[in-house]
Design a protein around this ligand. Structure first.
Ligand code: 5GP
Length: 204
């Protein structure tokens, strides 16, 4: 039996907040497993199936919904996104920490999901840019999306930002390095929680 149960570190925030970079870095440093989501949106240049997302057709996505394979799923920017139970459950039971980058609708579903182990593992964080102007600059600067897509993302970002009080933690983004330091500190602190220990015996 592992010495403790795994943490489910759920991260939300508007597009351009830097949350994906934070989650990916944690996984690259092997501090946590990155939960790969399913999506019906088309891959962006450089994205790989099975690494960035599982890219599915609408039919494939609907079949997984039907079979109850999703821990949560939602429509974001007119595409379907969802987290597979198989990406999360067995890992936290094995004491492996999992980091996931999902939207506010998905976060609400995870908080109320049917798996008590997942609810107990959950730590949720909202990442937001310091100002609206900064958010706009980050969204425009990405250069991988059309002006129409950027305008839709900005509108959605404003709506998404209103949900931050529903989260346990909030990170106001400054520099990449400082953001990551705070992010990792949160994970390290959560690892010390007594309720995650499988044995309450004092170490000898
Ligand atoms: P993008 O298309 O830019 O990669 O992601 C768009 C939005 O979808 C982001 O806010 C991201 O957090 C969210 N997202 C990615 N994967 C999932 C998922 O599995 N479930 C939900 N609910 N949202 C997701």
């Amino acid at each position: 039996m592992p010495s403790r149960t795994g943490i489910l570190l759920l991260v939300s925030g508007p597009s351009g907040s830097g949350k994906t970079t934070l989650c990916r870095r944690l996984a690259d440093e092997q501090e946590a497993h990155y939960s790969i989501s399913c999506t019906t949106r088309a891959p962006r240049p450089g994205e790989m199936d099975g690494r960035d997302y599982f890219f599915l057709s609408h039919e494939e996505f609907a079949a997984k919904v039907e079979r109850g394979e999703f821990l949560e799923h939602a429509t974001v920017h007119q595409n379907f996104y969802g987290t597979l139970v198989s990406e999360v459950l067995h890992r936290i039971e094995q004491g492996i920490d999992v980091v996931m980058d999902i939207d506010v609708q998905g976060a609400a579903q995870v908080r109320h999901c049917a798996h008590p182990q997942i609810r107990a593992a959950l730590v949720d964080l909202f990442v937001m840019p310091a100002t609206d102007r900064e958010l706009e600059a980050r969204l425009t600067g990405r250069n991988t999306d059309s002006a129409e897509v950027i305008a839709l993302r900005l509108k959605n970002a404003m709506e998404e930002m209103s949900h931050w009080p529903e989260y346990q933690y909030r990170l106001l983004s400054t520099t990449r390095e400082h953001d990551y330091l705070q992010f990792k500190a949160l994970l390290l602190a959560e690892r010390l929680r007594v309720r995650r220990l499988n044995s309450l015996a004092t170490p000898s």
